[in-house]
Design a protein around this ligand. Sequence first.
Ligand code: PLP
Length: 240
Amino acid sequence: MKVNNLENFWMPFTNNTDFKADPRMIISAKGMYYTSSEGKKILDGTAGLWCVNAGHGHSKIIEAVTKAVNTLDYAPNFDFGHPDAYELSNRLSMQFPININHFFYTNSGSEAVDTALKIVLAYQRSRGKGTETRLIGCERGYYGVGFGVISVGGMVKNRMYFGSLLSGIDHIRHTHGSIKNPYSRGEVEHGAKLADDLERLVGLHDASTIAAVVVEPFATSTIPYSFMMKSSPALAALAL
Ligand SMILES: Cc1ncc(COP(=O)(O)O)c(C=O)c1O
């Protein structure tokens, strides 16, 4: 399939000029593979952007989506409910640890983390801890594209471009270790000192000012491209 005009679509996290000079198009997907516009099969080593984990075009998912769209394609959740949202929440509460039993749905990871930050601020205020407003994230952490998540996140270019962001944020060091971590099994032996960073920040700001800490146990999105190429041929294949 040839696209004649590449001008009007602006791609995220992409050098658009370079892409247009040498476009790589994916035109279909099934199971574990994409097919490129040249008919080449490409192993999807990252399951989309970590979001197609059951495989592409899974018949049960197609069936469920078709049924949902045919039955009730949209209904508001403002003062109206619909049974499936309750049913899903009940089922999720059975899967999660016993104290994780309330669910709030969003359209993306960015919105989910931003919403979690808002919920935690409202929670602290409603229990009389209105001074607990500081949010702590990880250097190099990636939590999405909104202002809140960029502020708590540690992706340098995002922080550089979008200025002072939210106030009252601090960061502990990241957990990505390209020298010591690759190919390790289970929990790595080093790294406890990274948790000490949090104690240092508690000492600096005082616990009574801290609302929440956002931590990713291992880095994914923010791993540098060069490391990704070395460490994961599957990711590299997708990227190429
Ligand atoms: C840890 C983490 N949080 C949040 C996000 C943002 O998710 P979304 O792209 O759905 O907004 C991502 C996306 O890669 C992520 O890896």
